[in-house]
Design a protein around this ligand. Structure first.
Ligand code: DX5
Ligand code: ZN
Length: 224
């Protein structure tokens, strides 16, 4: 979908002792969504947080809570993340054999379903579920950690853009987004850019101005 590119800072790069104030600061500095990276130490080699943390931070989010599940299995936890207030709830296509069922369950729980693809997974893996989702998340790093180097997925994004056609499905890019890497992938069709380290670098809750400068630097790289 065309229009203004949305910037979704990932709180993976925020101060873990201060999520509420970090969220309020980065929203005041221009964030469009708040991206929440849930990791289970099994699907990805890192552990972060679960539904109670999501529920606790939800009251600090005025924009959109974009929950990225890097967990397997997904289905037993859908109700808990919906109850925690997720707006978008994204599951990986690689997380299990029944992504169609998972996405239906996410919609049934009242969230907008998203489907994510690892760098090694082709666009064709989501061809049969594009009518079920509000968002396709294209990973441009192997999931698990912030601050990794960008892996170019421009061709995959262009292919997804063609596959999506006129469906109301956003393409989100996750990993390694900076003012250098963003323009090419947006030109290929990206609608939402997740950015962790590139947004939070140099700032803090007591010095939030760099968050705004960093967000504006990404927008400026896009001519926006
Ligand atoms: C990676 C996460 C990303 C990550 C992005 O597994 O899904 O959301 O936080 O961080 P940066 O922008 O630092 O690559
Ligand atoms: Zn993420």
């Amino acid at each position: 979908m065309a229009g203004k590119t949305l910037i979704a800072p990932s709180i993976l790069s925020a101060d873990f002792a201060n999520f509420g104030r970090e969220i309020e600061a980065v929203e005041a500095q221009g964030a469009d969504w708040i991206h929440v990276d849930v990791m289970d130490g099994h699907f990805v080699p890192n552990l972060t947080f679960g539904p109670p943390l999501c529920k606790a931070i939800r009251k600090h989010i005025k924009t959109v809570m974009d929950v990225h599940l890097m967990i397997a299995p997904v289905d037993p936890y859908i109700e808990a993340f919906a109850d925690a207030g997720a707006d978008y709830l994204t599951a990986h296509v690689e997380a299990g054999p029944h992504i169609h069922r998972t996405l239906q369950a996410i919609r049934g729980a009242g969230c907008k379903p998203g489907v994510a693809l690892n760098p090694g997974t082709p666009a064709s893996a989501v061809a049969e579920v594009l009518d079920l989702v509000g968002l396709v998340c294209v990973m441009t790093v192997n999931p698990g950690f912030g601050g990794q180097s960008y892996i170019d997925m421009t061709a995959k994004v262009a292919e997804l853009k063609r596959m999506i056609g006129d469906r109301p499905v956003l393409i989100e890019i996750d990993g390694g987004m900076t003012p250098v890497t963003a323009p090419g992938i947006v030109a290929a069709g990206a609608d939402v850019l997740v950015a962790g380290s590139a947004v939070f670098k140099g700032g803090s809750v007591s010095n939030p101005a760099p968050y705004g400068q960093n967000i504006r630097a990404i927008r400026a790289s896009l001519g926006q």
